[in-house]
Design a protein around this ligand. Structure first.
Ligand code: GAL
Length: 381
């Protein structure tokens, strides 16, 4: 993926030198105090001719590898179909994303694809898009409280949670616990992200029974979503919460057996908190630590025995599905969906296409990630 990104940057800069027009890369000082990068790309050098349409793509942040891949994959595929693209990142600042959306609407893009930062902050923006005749596709994260979201492209977010729960169930052999109990701590995602709630509920549909029968003990006592959630999926917050939990509940020699973590970025913080009190040694081996996104740094961590598991959500598949959706909408063709029941955004059920997540650990990462070309083996050294 990295190679692809570098090649794209290189071709962009070459084209910029030769042709100049249609390609701008500028850093906007956006409202809300954050810097937002806007990359507008033309279709020069691409075989398909310009179809005269521009797609605005809003991604939450570049601080996570996955959103960079999602954005680049969509740009590449849309350009192959003759679209121009305007891809922007908002560094997790809600106001920045709102103003980026407003600017794209004013500019008159033909369709908006949005992976939101706060699912409840785009009601007015979606109304404005609708008033300007611009369809909106919610990407990965559901946009809530508006009639004006046309489609939702994501993974089965409940299944992600179930897969994480089942991994812990199996790793600790909870079905045959025979009176044995294991200490666990819980880390959910951002409260303003619908995915975080669905994932947590999915995981608890597997784990709650073991908490109830005492096979799993949440030593901190922190189990309700509002306590275990992590605003903006911020790894630093997860790290400090884990540090506090370790100091307050484990200093008498109790041992952490498992950490339910909803995202690789959180897991990295959790690993550091555990490392700082001596985990990762012969006396104190790493607990079972889960995650989500299968980022390169995470697979390295799995290989070195720190993190145990992650969930692979193929961003190539997601991006491709979003591009197909945009293309069908703009051509007036029927849009393929596979779920018309699950994603009620508070105003209506959004027709959705849900891709299937895959649980990955040391035993299958090669087959799932390397053989499929998602991560190159050389990146894992
Ligand atoms: C969620 C997404 C996860 C992860 C997380 C943090 O919305 O479903 O895969 O990327 O955001 O970025």
């Amino acid at each position: 993926m990295k190679k692809k990104f570098m090649a794209m940057l290189l071709s962009m800069s070459l084209l910029g030198t030769v042709g100049g027009c249609g390609i701008t890369t500028d850093i906007n000082e956006a409202t809300g105090g954050g810097k937002a990068e806007s990359v507008e790309t033309g279709t020069e050098g691409v075989e398909n001719t310009d179809n005269g349409k521009t797609i605005g793509i809003l991604m939450p942040t570049k601080s996570s590898e996955r959103w960079i891949n999602d954005g680049n994959d969509m740009v590449e595929e849309l350009q192959k179909l003759g679209y121009k693209t305007d891809l922007q990142y908002a560094e997790d600042i809600v106001e920045t994303q709102v103003s980026q959306a407003e600017n794209l609407i004013t500019k008159g893009v033909d369709c908006l694809v949005i992976a939101n930062i706060d699912g409840e902050a785009l009601t007015d923006v979606c109304q404005k898009a609708h008033d300007s005749g611009i369809p909106v596709v919610a990407y990965d994260r559901l946009i809530k409280n508006t009639e004006y979201v046309d489609y939702y492209i994501s993974f089965d977010n409940t299944l992600v949670g179930v897969q994480i729960g089942e991994y812990i169930e199996e790793a600790l052999n909870l079905k045959n616990a025979n009176g044995q109990s294991y200490n666990i701590e819980l880390f959910a995602g951002s409260p303003d992200d619908n995915n975080a709630h669905m994932l947590y509920d999915g995981a608890m549909s597997v784990l709650q029974q073991y908490i109830d029968n005492g096979s799993l003990v949440v030593v901190s006592g922190q189990t309700d979503f509002d306590t275990v959630c992590t605003l903006r999926w911020d790894g630093a917050l997860a790290q400090s919460r884990m540090e506090n939990i370790l100091t307050a509940n484990y200093s008498s020699g109790k041992k952490v057996d498992a950490v339910f973590s909803s995202y690789d970025g959180l897991s990295r913080g959790i690993v550091e908190a555990l490392r700082s009190v001596g985990y990762g040694t012969a006396d104190l081996p790493w607990p079972v630590i889960t995650g989500q996104d299968a980022e390169t740094a995470t697979i390295k961590s799995i290989i070195s025995g720190e993190q145990t598991q992650t969930i692979f959500k193929d961003t190539r598949e997601l991006a491709s599905r979003a591009v197909k959706t945009v293309d069908s909408i703009l051509k007036g063709e029927e849009v393929e969906v596979n779920d018309t029941e699950t994603y009620d955004n508070g105003v209506k059920v959004i027709p959705s296409y849900l891709c299937t997540p895959i649980s990955v650990d040391i035993n299958n990462y090669k087959e799932v990630l390397v053989d499929s070309g998602y991560i190159e083996e050389s990146e894992l050294n």
